[in-house]
Design a binder for this molecule. Sequence first.
Ligand SMILES: *Cc1c(COP(=O)(O)O)cnc(C)c1O
Length: 394
Amino acid sequence: MIYADNAATTKMSAAAVKTMISLAEEAWGNPSSLYSHGQQAKEVLEKARADIAAVIGAEPREIYFTSGGSEADNQAIISAAAEGRKKGKMHIVSSAFEHHAVLHTLEKLRKEGFEITLLDVHTNGLIIPAEAEKAIREDTCLVTVMYANNEIGTIQPIKELGEICRKRNVTFHVDAVQAVGNIPVNVVSDNIDMLSASAHKFHGPKGTGFLYAKKGIRLTNLIEGGAQERGKRAGTENVPSIAAMAEALREENAKMGKKAAYLTKIRDKIINGLSEIPHSALNGDLQKRLPGNVNFCFEGIEGESLLLLLDDRGICASSGSACTSGSLDPSHVLLAIGRVHDVAHGSLRLSIGEDITDGDADYIIKSVKEVVEYLRGFSPIWRDLINGKKEFIL
Ligand SMILES: *Cc1c(COP(=O)(O)O)cnc(C)c1O
């Protein structure tokens, strides 16, 4: 099997699994208990917090453990909105192709009276900072933009956006779920006030993540109860998973440069190979993209059929985010970069990990070429395109 769906989830690293199991056996005490067995768990928890903080340039007390990226996104946005409401600032700036954890939270706030401006991500999948600056108003309480897109892998000019927010005194939240562990992220040099991350996207366990909130940022509780996480997130902490997350992040961070160089080489080989398919196009900027992301549209086919046939050949890929697959709506990300419905339906995302070999890349290229040709062979849309009844877009 070739696993090329690391943007959906990653396999836990051996060290993370080992940490998780050994701590489940040894440090199962409640970190809030005062006897030494509980305090041992507390020490493990606080070491994980310090290690994670160090990787992103934060202070340990600025890290809040959550159940994952979705919860961190929700809490960040709801917190900034609550502060905005107090000051009569009810305007939020975001982008059209954020993750649904962000977009659906914004939609809820819109129904509660907030005004939302979604920035254009243009055909290359990138925000233009000057346009963000223009969108910020006197009553803007939050700018929330993702570091790297989960479907097309484009990396936003976060540092520049952060500078603008700082200058205009607006809180800046970044969904960095796809970035953390893959590319350098530093909350200080990137001017980030709040950041979301998720362990299962960087070879840690599922159901575990964290929210970074800069000192002085007021958080709103999503879950009421005990005084865990400085009183901002109730519930007994999942110590083994949190420690495994810290272990995975340390590992990924230590090998980041090497891993990125290798993945970029394989990624570009796959992009070059798939570009030879007629009437195809790469989605998202070629340069400013995650090292492991390949995303293409092929005219005249349906992404779902492509995936099933690739699965038969032992290749795990995706046609969009897991949230949209299974529904007939084309990806909101591809629509946001201007792909029309028909074209957006024929999409393929390959998100490779460092276990991929050069031979795997050859096999992927060959398989996709064959499967696309096969599917076009009995596609009515393709027949219309070939017969000139419809015009090619790509
Ligand atoms: C996966 C993902 C999320 C959600 O994270 P979970 O831990 O699965 O809740 C949020 N944002 C982005 C960009 C993602 O890729």
